[in-house]
Write a protein that binds this ligand. Structure first.
Ligand code: G6Q
Length: 549
């Protein structure tokens, strides 16, 4: 920490960083490695069971010092502590942000407005425990006396992505005689695809909606109810439909017994809700003991985030480096590359977490932000991406920072595949960083006795500029504990970036306009309905749909 970083303004720190960038933009990553044999040791550390190598980045000690000074000047530590204390930091919705309380140890206290909210949390967890155990053991039966074999989660956004991603990620821990399905899209094709082959007598529906008013979820829940009632009776609905919501009134109006409703609270944001009753499908899938390990993994990361110095604080380092690129190198996207097939949905999950949280252009006070904010988050499981879009990473015109994520120990016995997976993961970050000079291409081609004419023609095509940055995150193994820590790591990374940009990371007003217009257009799609005023494109499309119906 430089002497007065807490007393200087964020603007001062940014201008110091801008001056530093004048040099840093010319650094070659390969030279940084060649001139410092200890670079890996200096720019890597372990936290909450995860290991982060951030050495392949355009940073040196001074960069980290300037970036952490900037974070201090933005009062990161104070704002972090305010979140954990339960202050209403989601100012536009007047809400506290307390997903971290959901993963506290059972005996911890979390006093908010004079009340220990952990008592409520633990009592919901106890109900999840009882219910999930009953489904897993088969003591909870469908209307014909058979055990439940298929669980369909109906929800969207934060009420879908967390359960879907985690159930996929923890596949080896899922009870083998249970199948999980995630119905989210308001698209009949999705309903048909998900319900096809299911038997009403052995199917449980979890209607997951914080508000219990979301159009897609409500339409799909009613479709599922109708499908069920073709065979089952109204009186048996309680054995086949449960709800996860904050809205008991709407749950009862839908016809679900509120005894079968698992509540959560308005201080749990949708995209931060996997730790709440929204995690019910995961608890059923992996059992309560594993679900508690998942919560404990996240809690370990919470402690690290609260206690570690900023220079050795994993979410802080991830956030600072990502913001360094976005703000100064003007990178526009960030690739998430999990080299673990079970993490295939993790990039999609992070897409919501980062882009919905920090895809904003005004500060918490509503003033315009003069720098780029959240980048585009994208990605899919490696090695598949290597045979598709990695070409652009290596030789395209944009530099795209990558987070490689892999596990040192697999949950399978295919040793050769595992070694090949790791080799590819490490090779990609090396290739992106080091590249291949024209001279190296020439030497290779000459060694293969290629004619000079061909060498000249292909030199530019086979050249890799390199100097492309990445982080590598290593998990010992993908387990409930390490997955919990991994998700919490990115949650806090997003929080830190929100602080740096002075964004409210916990609202999402940008999704409202489309919802309102969709409702208006919905009524206009009816054949006789009057079509309101639209641009010619929208009116033309509505007319086309009406002609086709
Ligand atoms: C998440 C968002 C959003 C939300 C969905 C579903 O942070 O708020 O993705 O989770 O719109 O909302 P409901 O749970 O209320 O149906």
């Amino acid at each position: 920490m430089s002497k007065h970083s807490q007393d200087t303004s964020p603007a001062d720190q940014l201008s110091a960083l801008a001056t530093h960038y004048e040099q840093a933009q010319h650094w070659q990553l390969s030279t940084l490695f060649d001139s410092d044999s200890k670079r890996f040791d200096r720019f890597s550390f372990e936290a909450a069971g995860l290991f982060l190598d951030f050495s392949k980045n355009h940073i040196n000690d001074q960069t980290i010092s300037l970036l952490t000074d900037w974070a201090r000047a933005c009062q990161l530590e104070e704002q972090r502590d305010a979140m954990f204390r339960g202050e209403a930091i989601n100012t536009t919705e007047g809400r506290a942000v307390l997903h971290t309380a959901l993963r506290l140890p059972s005996n911890a206290k979390c006093i908010v407005d004079g009340k220990d909210i952990n008592q409520d949390i633990q009592s919901v967890l106890a109900r999840i425990d009882t219910f999930s155990a009953a489904i897993r053991s088969g003591s909870w039966q469908g209307y014909s006396g058979k055990r439940i074999t298929d669980i369909v989660n109906i929800g969207i956004g934060g009420s879908d992505l967390g359960p879907a991603m985690t159930c996929a990620a923890l596949r080896p821990f899922v009870q083998t005689d249970l199948r999980f399905h995630f119905l989210s899209n308001v698209d009949g094709h999705d309903i048909d695809a998900k319900l096809n082959g299911l038997q009403p007598e052995t199917t449980l529906f979890i209607i997951a909606s914080k508000t219990f008013t979301t159009q897609e979820t409500m339409l799909n829940a009613h479709a599922a109810r109708d499908w069920f009632l073709q065979n089952g009776s109204l009186s048996s609905l309680a054995q086949h439909f449960v709800a996860v919501s904050t809205n008991a009134k709407a749950v009862a109006a839908f016809g679900i017994d509120t005894n079968n409703m698992f509540p959560f609270w308005d201080w749990v944001g949708g995209r931060y809700s996997i730790w709440s009753a929204i995690g019910l499908p995961l608890a059923i899938a992996i059992g309560m003991q594993h679900f508690r390990e998942f919560l404990a993994g996240a809690h370990a990361m919470d402690k690290h985030f609260q206690q570690a110095p900023l220079e050795r604080n994993m979410p802080v380092i991830l956030a600072l480096i990502a913001t360094w690129y976005r703000q100064f190198f003007q990178t526009s996207s960030q690739l998430i590359a999990p080299y673990h097939q079970d993490l295939q949905l993790f990039p999609t999950y992070l897409q919501q977490l980062e882009m919905e949280s920090n895809g904003k252009r005004v500060t918490r006070d509503g003033k315009a932000i003069n720098s780029p904010t959240a980048p585009i988050i994208w990605g899919s499981a490696g090695t598949n991406g290597q045979h598709a879009y990695f070409q652009l990473l290596h030789q395209g015109t944009d530099a795209i920072p990558v987070d490689f994520i892999t596990a040192l120990k697999p949950s399978h016995t295919h040793h050769q595949q595992h070694q090949a997976l790791l080799a590819n993961c490490f090779a990609q970050s090396e290739a992106l960083m080091r590249g291949k000079s024209e001279e190296e291409v020439r030497i290779d081609m000459q060694a293969q006795q290629q004619p000079e004419e061909k060498i000249s023609a292909l030199l530019a095509h086979k050249h890799f500029a390199g100097n492309r940055p990445s982080n590598t995150l290593l998990l010992e193994k993908l387990t409930p504990t390490s997955l919990g820590a991994l998700i919490a790591l990115y949650e806090h990374k997003v929080f830190v970036q929100g602080v740096l940009w002075d964004i409210n990371s916990f609202d999402q007003w940008g999704v409202e306009l489309g919802k309102i217009l969709a409702n208006r257009i919905l009524s206009e799609l009816e054949p006789q309905a009057e079509i309101g005023k639209h641009d010619s494109s929208t009116s033309g499309l509505i007319a086309k749909a009406r002609q086709a119906s």
